[in-house]
Unconditional design. Structure first.
Lengths: 164, 554
């Protein structure tokens, strides 16, 4: 009985191992071939001694020019800052099918930056710059929400992305 | 044929004073759980647009209630239960009493820690949720209280190690009994894993909340938090594994087939401490390579859970076949479903399968972008910690409370009602949370108060969450009625021992298996892996930039 159990267990573990290895291969495929990337290291914002973080953000490029900027034939940059409890700018307009690079940071606490129904999803930490590129395939009015708790009125923190 | 897995088969009972301390440690957990689940009901109703939290005693905002729910249920209740339950199983395994002074110290520490933390939360000065991400700044009793709660677990582990040392002195050359082995490794694992949160709180957040430090570095704080924050789920889970391996086979009249397989499972958890970076997948400032490496290790930690699934199901099958079950799955219906302790824990195992699958999805590098910080995540962890752990604790209580009180369980039937209510409730609840998350519904958000039009797909999700959460709440209410009635009006009976399992084969006394008991080598391996994985990243954060001031608008 004991022997049979050990044989079954080995069989069970081999099957499980094959599944897990398969999952890892799929992950490699999505990140390398489909280029679905997680945010990585972009840059930091260093306040000078005594300088408030917000002041340091506004003098650091690209946060000295908020909003949408065309940087190539089909490439745009959308620059945001987040503050309890709003995103700035509150609404942007971008074209369908263009590559949009979202660049954002926080001037106070940790915020989330999530466009519901898409994979534009990143954390904004005070002092760190976040970046993610996305292409909208369908026109519409997209909801941008903060999905990390940031204080009393966290649930009101949202903005809109109009895709035309 | 069968060999008991504990060392003292002739029976053993703890001295009365030690049994009483263990009892009160576990009851502290239950009391805290009662407040925690009360504040779970208002969270669930909130998703269904029923706004009741302002009527809750001592709670002024949704986020204050959410902080109570998370801190009480996931941190204090689980730690109190582990401190009591694991101390009991380790002592029983060794057939030896514990150190009374350390038992007292652990109980007083967690009690004071709980009071301080609760006071900070109820006074509204610590609505920072159970992740307390800086620069959200709670008042100092919150951090001090949490530090004491963690220290109580260290005192408990010291107690276990002292008892282990005594056993080794008195039984030279003998294997560590399996029941004790599981508990000791659980606490060794936790001692190492808890260092991240301990450093975060004691070195940074507590001095900062007292005004001794001007600011914090949110990224370093998060990294220290999540160093502990994913392994913490295994500290919740491993005491339950002790029950699934060490008691359930006995309760279903089955047996464990392998002693060594269990030891390997616990060692794998010890070695694979650097797992679960999905909490920080979307953080800026962390190199992608680090995220990727830990993603792979996280898939690795799934192996011990799959081994557990096999061993435990095999034990259930032995029991089911002995009771006359036949066929491929016929045995499953012959296990003692009428025993509330078995019923609750087997239902918890079923929920854990769904929890495991959704957990793999969270950890899946690129898929995480779809669901990060949506309600998909609490949907997942209410199946794991919220059911696999919580419902198992209730199941364990159905024999543990009678054992500690020496009284008969008040009603077995009510125990079945509670278990099924909770199980059906969590399936509906998690279905709502998971579908809402896939439609972009954010977690930790007062949905009943949002000021933008709610996307259509969130509405059905919210109703399911409200219904499922209410059923779970009803299940817990029945549980507390049973515990209270057992304590207050239960019939006096003599219960000599706890239900420990047997293994099909006696543990090996020679060969490679002996290496499984040489814990110091496994500890060294765990530390080396941690240094390799976390060392370069943490080193790159020096000199620390503690320049982000606190924020208290909550």
């Amino acid at each position: 009985m004991n022997h049979t159990a050990e044989r079954y267990e080995r069989f069970f573990l081999i099957i499980s191992g094959v599944f897990l290895a398969g999952f890892l291969v799929l992950l490699a495929y999505t990140s390398i071939h489909m280029k679905i990337m997680l945010p990585g290291r972009v840059g930091v914002i260093e306040p000078r001694p005594g300088e408030p973080l917000a002041a340091a953000v506004f003098r650091t490029a690209p946060f000295n020019h908020l909003g949408v900027k065309k940087i190539g034939p089909d490439d745009y940059e959308a620059v945001y800052f987040a503050q309890a409890w709003a995103f700035f700018p509150r609404q942007i307009e971008v074209p369908v099918g263009a590559r949009i690079k979202f660049i954002a940071t926080s001037v106070d606490v940790t915020h989330g930056f999530f466009i519901a129904g898409t994979r534009v999803n990143m954390m904004l930490l005070p002092g760190q710059i976040s970046e993610e590129t996305y292409t909208f395939r369908k026109p519409g009015k997209y909801l941008l929400i903060c999905h990390e708790y940031c204080g009393l009125l966290h649930h009101m923190m949202h903005a809109w992305v109009i895709v035309k | 044929m069968s060999t008991p897995i504990v060392a003292a088969p002739e029976g053993f009972s703890l001295p009365d004073d030690q049994r009483r301390l263990i009892k009160w440690t576990i009851y502290l957990g239950f009391i805290v759980l009662a407040f925690g689940v009360l504040n779970g009901l208002d969270q669930a109703l909130n998703y269904a647009h029923i706004d009741v939290f302002r009527f809750f005693p001592g709670m002024r905002t949704y986020y204050q209630g959410l902080t109570t729910h998370g801190v009480f249920n996931a941190i204090i209740m689980t730690f109190a239960f582990a401190n009591g339950f694991v101390a009991l199983t380790v002592a029983r395994g060794f057939g030896s009493k514990l150190n009374s002074g350390l038992l007292w110290a652990s109980f007083i520490t967690i009690l004071v820690g709980t009071v301080l933390t609760a006071w900070a939360i109820v006074s509204g000065k610590a609505s920072v949720l159970y992740t307390f991400y800086a620069p959200l700044e709670a008042s100092w009793p919150f951090y001090l209280g949490l530090a004491l709660v963690v220290i109580s677990t260290w005192i408990t582990s010291l107690n276990l190690f002292v008892t282990l040392a005594k056993y080794r002195r008195e039984h030279p050359g003998q294997r560590i009994p399996l029941l004790s082995y599981m508990g000791v490794v659980t606490y060794v694992f936790w001692d190492i894993a808890s260092l991240g949160i301990a450093i975060e709180v004691v070195v940074f957040l507590l001095p900062w909340s007292l005004g001794l430090l001007k600011g914090t570095d949110p990224l370093v704080d998060r990294t220290l938090f999540w160093f502990t924050g994913h392994p913490i789920v295994y500290f919740w889970l491993l005491p339950i594994y002790i029950s699934w391996y060490g008691m359930i086979p006995r309760q279903v009249n089955g047996a464990l087939f392998s002693d060594s397989a269990v030891r390997i499972v616990f060692l794998l958890f010890l070695i694979l401490i650097p797992v679960g970076f999905h909490h920080q997948y979307l953080d800026p400032g962390v190199p992608r390579s680090l995220k990727y490496v830990i993603a792979v290790l996280t898939f690795g930690v799934f192996v011990p859970s799959l081994m557990t699934a096999f061993s435990v199901m095999y034990a259930l099958e032995i029991g089911g076949r002995r009771a006359g079950g036949s066929g491929l799955i016929g045995w499953f219906f012959r296990i003692p479903w009428k025993d509330p302790s078995v019923c609750a824990q087997v239902l918890a195992m079923l929920a854990f399968m769904l929890g495991g699958i959704t957990g793999l999805m969270n950890a899946s590098y690129s898929m995480n972008l779809e669901i990060h910080n949506t309600t998909f995540v609490p949907g997942h962890f209410h199946l794991t910690v919220g059911t696999a752990v919580a419902l198992s604790i209730m199941g364990i209580a159905y024999w543990l409370v009678p054992y500690l009180e020496q009284k008969e369980l008040w009603s077995r039937k009510a125990g079945l009602v509670s278990s099924w209510l909770y199980f059906i409730g969590v399936l509906i609840f998690a279905r709502g949370m998971i579908s809402g998350g896939l439609a972009g519904m954010p977690r930790r958000t007062a949905i009943s108060l949002i000021d933008y039009p709610e996307p259509h797909a969130w509405k059905l999700a919210g109703i399911l969450i409200g219904i499922g959460g209410s059923l779970m709440f009803a299940g817990v209410v029945v549980f507390f009625v049973i515990v209270a009635a057992t304590v207050l009006v239960g019939k006096r009976v003599e219960i000599a021992d706890i239900p420990y399992s047997v293994t099909l084969a006696r543990p090996q006394t020679a060969g490679w298996e002996l290496g499984l008991d040489r814990l110091r080598y496994w500890i060294a391996a765990a530390v080396v892996l941690i240094v390799i994985i976390y060392g370069p990243f943490l080193a790159s954060q020096f000199p620390l930039r503690l320049n982000i001031p606190g924020f208290v608008a909550f």
